[in-house]
Design a protein around this ligand. Structure first.
Ligand code: GLY
Length: 566
């Protein structure tokens, strides 16, 4: 028999010992595990195109080109050639980099282009139809990646996608719902005869012969095949005929930029993410630095204390995001200050577990949040160990809803990611400042956060998500789920998420996984929670490298997402 006094000491020590033991055990995978190479994307068809490219001798960069194009066919609400995006990569030897293929404002754009004579924002002008279209960057992006890193001939990468576009793709239940939801607006923006004015049911097959022809021209003529000549002429005419601003000259002038990614340490991890004009890397760096002094691993996953620390760090980071960040080619961003340890330590000095900080005490502003699931992310690892993390977007669902029937693709409404008027929220509820005002050929600020994580100097995770302003917090929580809370990749992706973005001063929770007691206790401390709004937050697609070098996929159960590999 153990004496009662010993029990008193022994039991807590045993519990702590078991907890530490358990935490040190690698999580048992619950997602697809493959030995060599994997793609995780929003559609099985697109993941398969990428995985097949690698099985046929291509590398992760070739697979990126194929997956990007396949998503334009299989997932047209966000997959695109009429939008833009960002890629973060880590080569097998550890070299890192990133590509900015974000859209640009047309040359005729100007700061007040979406304001009326009284200085008010004109409803829908930056969100719907041709007036909202920025100069697309995706085609230039994939061709640049192929030029720098590609192994297979471009034609071999394009061919399966062209075949897919010609043969068609099956409509999923989720896709049928989405198309039904937008059908009326497609005909309003385009015409009754537009392709997406038709009714598509689950199981129907949609073919894209016009897109297949556009892709053939690109493969034959390269970048000029899209940005100059016949396609550019048709595209510019089409946008202008519908009242938009993009000209042939804008298309001919478009180019991508290789940028140095944001890289920072969090405890035993090195996190590599996108630099401005994406706010993803900077904001995530700030959040991680502000939570690092807290041992959230012992607080527990989605516990009250973890939610408080994460929310308060997000509050402060988003306030900085909205004020300081914009296109670095146009504005000076004080990154040396924003990412400095002492600055971030200082930002958290007024944090207390006893009560919420008021967003109005952090800075100023007033907005309504409108979260959404647009944008799409895919993660790729190849057999050699090259990793590619890409988030790409049309901005809104199906972008501007403007569909170029002649060329076979949707056009973005990325101009809404600029701050049309300082202090007025965009469609994600984010308010912007001067740093993100509209200027000719400037790139609009983004929240896209394609990310790669190293652990002990080795590739550990490739991760990203759609979700507008919620992208940054969803990516950060997925990394924490795996690292601090020892979840498998699939469980880390599935786990319920919450979000806070400074303004509005509301913490948003997903429908499942957060108890009434937890919310009541947070409210008592002064957190504002709208219990009637419990949207889905993000749709994370990720890959984790396991101890034996095999790969575990995390394909978000919230969508049709799928991991495919070999
Ligand atoms: N269009 C969404 C983003 O770039 O964050």
């Amino acid at each position: 028999m153990i004496p009662a006094t010993m029990k008193k000491f022994f039991l807590p020590i045993l519990v702590l010992f078991l907890f530490i033991q358990c935490k040190n055990q690698p999580a048992i995978p619950t997602g697809l595990v493959v030995e060599k190479a994997m793609v995780v994307s929003a559609r099985e068809e697109a993941s398969k195109v990428g995985a097949d490219i690698m099985a046929n001798g291509g590398n992760a960069f070739d697979a990126m080109v194929g997956t990007q194009l396949a998503l334009a066919v299989a997932y047209p609400r966000a997959g695109n050639i009429g939008g833009g995006g960002f890629m973060v990569y880590r080569e097998a030897d550890g070299a890192i980099g990133s590509l900015d293929f974000r859209e640009k404002a047309p040359k005729s754009a100007h700061r007040d282009m979406y304001l009326d004579s009284l200085g008010s924002v004109i409803i829908n002008m930056s969100t719907l139809g041709a007036t909202s279209v920025g100069v697309p960057g995706s085609v230039a992006g994939i061709l640049e990646v192929h030029k720098k890193f590609g192994k297979l001939p471009l034609a071999a990468i394009f061919e399966p996608v062209i075949t897919m576009a010609e043969n068609g793709v099956v409509v999923t239940a989720k896709q049928a719902d989405m198309l039904a939801q937008y059908r009326e607006v497609f005909t309003e923006v385009n015409s009754d005869s537009t392709k997406f004015g038709a009714v598509y049911k689950e199981g129907d097959i949609i073919t894209y012969p016009k897109l297949a022809a556009t892709l053939r021209t690109i493969v034959e003529k390269g970048k000029d095949g899209f940005y100059k000549g016949e396609i550019a002429q048709k595209l510019a005419n089409f946008i202008q005929k519908n009242g938009g601003f993009v000209t042939e000259d804008d298309l001919a002038s478009y180019d991508v930029v290789w940028r140095k990614p944001i890289a920072f340490n969090y405890k035993g991890l090195k996190i590599i993410s996108m630099s401005p004009p994406s706010s993803g890397g900077v904001t995530m760096n700030q959040i991680f630095d502000m939570i690092a002094p807290f041992d959230i691993g012992t607080f527990g996953h989605n516990s009250e204390k973890t939610i408080q620390v994460f929310t308060e760090a997000s509050r402060r980071a988003y306030a900085d995001r909205n004020y300081y960040l914009g296109d670095p080619d146009f504005v000076d961003i004080p990154l040396d200050v924003l990412l400095k340890d002492s600055y971030l330590e200082d930002r958290m000095t007024d944090f207390s577990f006893d009560k919420a900080t008021k967003s109005s005490d952090v800075s100023h502003g007033k907005v309504e949040i409108v979260e959404s699931m647009e944008t799409t992310h895919y993660s790729i690892v190849d057999e050699e160990g090259n990793a590619v993390s890409v988030t790409t977007t049309l901005n809104g669902n199906f972008g501007s809803k403007l569909y170029c029937d002649e060329l076979g693709f949707f056009l973005n409404n990325e101009m809404d990611d600029f701050s049309s008027k300082a202090g007025v929220p965009n469609m994600f509820g984010l308010i912007g400042a001067e740093a993100n005002n509209i200027q000719p050929e400037k790139r609009m600020l983004s929240s896209m956060t394609p990310t790669i994580v190293e652990k002990e100097g080795e590739l550990w995770m490739v991760v990203g998500t759609p979700g507008g302003s919620t992208i940054i917090t969803a990516v950060a929580q997925t990394i924490l789920n795996a690292y601090e809370f020892d979840m498998s990749m699939q469980d880390a992706v599935n786990a319920p998420r919450f979000h806070h973005q400074w303004l509005p001063d509301i913490v948003t929770f997903e429908p499942e996984g957060f108890s009434t007691e937890l919310k009541t206790s947070l409210k008592a401390k002064g957190y504002f929670i709208n219990e009637e709004r419990t949207p889905i937050i993000g749709k994370v697609d990720a890959i984790r490298v396991l101890a034996d070098g095999s790969l575990e996929g995390g394909a978000d159960k919230r969508g049709d997402d799928m991991a495919v590999g070999f």
